[in-house]
Ligand binder design. Sequence first.
Ligand code: VGL
Ligand code: ZN
Length: 211
Amino acid sequence: MMSPDKTVLLVVDVQLDFCPGGSLAVPGGDDVVPVINRLSRDFRRIVATQDWHPPNHVSFASNHAGKKPFDTIPMRDGQQILWPDHCVPGTSGAEFHPDLDTLPFDLIVRKGTDPGLDSYSAFFENDRKTPTGLHFYLEGFKVKNVYIAGLALDFCVYYSAMDALKLGFQTTIVEDACRGIDSPAGSLNARLEELRKAGIRILNAANVEGS
Ligand code: VGL
Ligand code: ZN
């Protein structure tokens, strides 16, 4: 049995730009909504993230002359993938999916707000050291177990899970509550394999014990 006070559900980036019709649509991205709504009822503490980029954000291809989405550029912290403009505050694409039940969210963490720095993980920006504040929050509540759902499985969910594990949380990905970009094809499965090897549990919502 999970201890409800020591367990959190982390709902990653279930925003319109990552759903079909959005600027960086993840295939089947909106399919996670009913699964997450159902899952939310089993958790006493829930944190959601929103990708939240200013229009001049470094990760947007539109801000680099001659570059197009999915090109890469070298940055101090490694290769930066360039994306279509997405999740700009004040645009509908930055909003949560309208069917997502946001009422049970205890905390909403916004990330990627620095124009010069991207952020995939819910814990640290891509320099791997600028905190988002989530770790302090979870430590404050002595959380031990982190369950992760949302978008995209091979980016923000992947990096959030790896950081959660490194920070010492027992980390579980709820696979059917996630969808991935999988570009190039096959990369999603490779990342799932990496997550498993690292010691992250991967299971489906039906197998999550009530907390
Ligand atoms: C994401 C690419 C760029 C994600 C965010 O939420 O997985 N992916 N920004
Ligand atoms: Zn982003």
